[in-house]
Design a protein around this ligand. Structure first.
Ligand SMILES: C[S@@+](CC[C@H](N)C(=O)[O-])C[C@H]1O[C@@H](n2cnc3c(N)ncnc32)[C@H](O)[C@@H]1O
Length: 384
């Protein structure tokens, strides 16, 4: 075994031989890029990231993650806290001077310099939106603290010294609304599950759905503020059958303030008996990845009991991590789930173990893949 490692290992590019091909591929894709083609944009983005990785040295990667990224995050979040991005978003088309911005915010100009030395003006419009703003503050108040305490204190309950589950704890310290708003930021730029390139709702759910007025078309279980069911309802406003949003009563009380009144809101704990029997579809988005297998089995059992064999479907919209070559967003999410919730992002095998091999009376009909690096996929299930 060598006791001294050559410093060149840290200072040589990771894969300089790949650069020329990657750059040529990027150039060719970019020359024909259609601004409306999000899949092509995403392919280009992946290639550009691979190029950065090939050019970067391990030393630069270390500095990026350990030194620069915490600084970037701090700058972005303090821009949210001070209101800097909101002010900048009002004048995006004009040059803005640090001194004028500092005057408007009643701050020392020197304090704004770290935020403004990177060219983040383009970001200000999106950060000024409530949901995106919540994602930044959520990261400061919740995600970073718990994640950085890994591995001594997993999960978040231990990191913050309490016994409640993550959702109860965050609500108890006044962060409930922020977390729900963050879910609005989290979904931005992602394809919704009803996008035809992910899941053909019209042939799988709408065709064959009972159209009598008192039936339920879809239940969004633990649907938060109702982002998904609202999208569904806007897409199929006149489809017969009820559209139901379920979540804990405290979240439903918030959702009711803004949601379309044609969506029925219902306080419900998913560990209790499911009150809506025989709906055409029970949908869950970003729920299973919040819980360890034993809790997921309870949630699934309550749903399986309510489903009508041969008719009801269970639709799980969550990550399916490939065993190799996983997308960085999924593996990073896996760490977050572990540290915050004692849970995980699942591989295909994990999903089959959870759904089919735990004897819940459910089977996976198909995993509908999302081409955006498989960040979220639709797992269609039915009673056996
Ligand atoms: C990560 S959020 C996902 C929300 C929504 N499905 C979305 O994708 O925007 C998790 C949701 O689970 C809800 N939740 C947590 N514990 C619950 C329980 N015991 N019963 C029902 N909902 C619960 C939370 O209130 C929260 O809205």
């Amino acid at each position: 075994m060598r006791d001294q490692i050559d410093i060149k290992l840290a200072t040589s590019p990771n894969d300089i031989s790949a650069v020329s091909n990657l750059a040529a591929g990027i150039s060719s894709l970019a020359s024909t890029l259609d601004k409306n083609d999000d899949a092509a944009r995403h392919t280009l983005l992946l290639k550009a990231r691979t190029l950065v990785q090939a050019l970067e040295t391990p030393g630069e990667t270390m500095i990026k993650h350990t030194w620069a990224q915490p600084g970037v995050a701090a700058g972005l979040i303090s821009g949210v806290d001070t209101g800097l991005w909101t002010i900048m978003a009002k004048h995006v088309d004009e040059p803005q001077k640090v001194n004028d911005l500092a005057d408007s915010l009643d701050m020392e100009p020197l304090l704004l310099v770290p935020e403004l030395t990177s060219d983040w003006g383009w970001l200000s419009g999106s950060v000024a939106q409530g949901a995106v703003r919540s994602s930044f503050t959520n990261s400061r108040d919740i995600t970073m603290g718990a994640t950085l305490l890994i591995p001594q204190t997993i999960p978040l309950q231990m990191a913050y010294g309490n016994e409640q589950n993550c959702f109860e704890y965050l609500r108890s310290i006044g962060y409930g609304q922020q977390v729900n708003n963050h879910m609005g930021g989290y979904r931005q730029g992602r394809l919704p599950w009803i996008h035809p390139s992910i899941y053909p709702v019209e042939t799988t759910i709408l065709a064959g759905a009972d159209t009598s007025p008192d039936t339920t078309l879809i239940v969004d279980v633990a649907g938060g503020l109702g982002h998904d069911i609202s999208e569904f309802q806007r897409m199929y406003p006149n489809h017969p059958g009820k559209f139901v949003l379920q979540d804990l009563p405290v979240v439903i009380a918030d959702a009711e303030k803004t949601i379309d009144p044609r969506i029925e809101c219902m306080g419900h704990d998913f560990l209790a008996e499911q009150p809506i029997k025989g709906a055409r579809a029970y949908f869950m988005h970003s729920i299973m990845h919040d819980w360890p297998d034993n809790v997921c089995q309870n949630i699934l059992e309550r749903l399986a009991e309510a489903m009508k064999p041969g008719y009801s479907k269970l639709l799980i919209f969550d990550c399916v991590i490939p065993r190799t070559g996983a997308y960085w967003e999924n593996t990073a999410g896996d760490t977050l789930m572990m540290t915050q919730l004692c849970a995980l992002e699942r591989t295909e095998e994990n999903w089959y173990d959870l759904i089919e091999r735990s004897g819940l009376g459910l089977r996976i009909v198909k995993i509908w893949r999302c081409n955006q690096s498989d960040v979220e996929n639709l797992i269609e299930c039915e009673p056996v």
